[in-house]
Design a protein around this ligand. Sequence first.
Ligand code: ADP
Ligand code: MG
Length: 485
Amino acid sequence: MDFDKKQLWKEILVEASEKVKKSHILTWFKDTAILSIEDNKVLIGVPTIFTRDWLKSRYAHLLLDLFKAHISEVLEISFEISQALSNSDDNRKVDIKKVWKDTKDNDKKPRRNMERREVRLVEGITSKLLNPKYTLENFVVGPENRLSHAACSAVAEHPGGAYNPLFVYGGVGLGKTHLLQAIGNEILGDNPDAIVVYIPSEKFINEIVEAIGKRHTQEFRSKYRKVDCLIVDDVQFLAHKETTQVEFFHTFNELFEANKQIILSSDRPPKELIQLHDRLRSRFEMGMIVDVQFPGYETRLAILQQKCREHQVLLSPEVLEFIAYNVRDSIRELEGILMQAIAQSQLEGRVPTLKSVADLMAKLNSSYEKNGFNGYEYPISSRQQAANIRPRNIDDVIDVVSAYFRIPRTDLLSEARKKEIMMPRQICMYLIRKELNFSFESIGKEFGGKNHTTVMHACDKIIKQLKREERLVLDINAIKKELGL
Ligand code: ADP
Ligand code: MG
């Protein structure tokens, strides 16, 4: 087949951008090329394992369809890693910036817009627009928030039922707003005509104050009587607002008596809202009270994975584990760091590494900085990454190789002669010799008192194979990178 592969790839990427976010084109198709089109098969070259896995899982179908539209004989698409594509002078790849120019910007507008928007409901009632990204389904449930999630689901299913009012409390950034809005979304999903008002308490206070000022309190009450579900977020701000509390009390009663659902959130439980009138506080305590707690490591990791799915990004497990492990204040912060890492990677067109995320966290939070990368704690599986900031030793090499091939250390150091263990063991020896300059004798000793000729033989074998096997080159490069070599 005779055609301009580069031109074809460019056209396909421009077409793909109709379906794929522009920023994703930039991130994931940078340094890619059509390597060949033969025997009905397209071979796409990609620079890294990550890109390959990502493109394969997300875009193989789309790309195949696009190829078929150009060349009907194409039946299959596959991806091959070609590190050379990362070199700026590799002229097989298309200039992604040119593709970028030709693509329409279909990225979503920032969410913030949505958060500010309001909707007018019947007769002068306004609600903040519910953010559709908050659902009960995408709220990750762990042991720490199982009860609150269940209570919210029950309320969403039977608004105005047994759990009225529903009072959700917990620290900042732990998911209260997410849950509250998710209930609202769910109720509206089941019944689009329902009048669901979501209002942050500050805004609610303003409305009440305005009504009082205009002597419109009767109207205010009758207006709210029409609401099917009233969600007031962060009611702790009602503290000290005496007249507002009185008015809220009346509104609350009207709704409650009409079996309308009321949902409230606060940073503390009702009994600790001491600046609230007793009678209002006791109203808050009448229904179901649940708390959201800071989730443990496992749940945090699951939340990160969920957010990656939502944003259609793929990050290495080590990076996610690292973030999950080190962020210990709020989910908002957890998400913030993830988003920054993604943004940074999209700008720079590379996949975030442990080091880049650690740097980012240090930049965002000066308390991390004091410790530097060294001060971070890591889950075991990421331990090897720590090696990046100090001189490497034999243990580091063994740890990284062990993690890379998922073979226990003890196996690497054993006498086992299975091929799956021999090869990684030889790689260890080769790296320790070549990168750390240990003598053959001393390496032999570390590996259970082996003769120095065994070590020499292992190193020679790897050197020979490196000339023939691209896979081995990739493995060794990846291990060296992990070691910061
Ligand atoms: P709060 O209102 O308690 O201050 P938010 O509801 O604004 O917290 O939550 C902060 C961010 O954390 C939101 O983007 C939310 O989606 C996310 N979040 C919190 N908990 C979870 C969870 N369990 N699963 C998924 N996302 C969560
Ligand atoms: Mg909130």
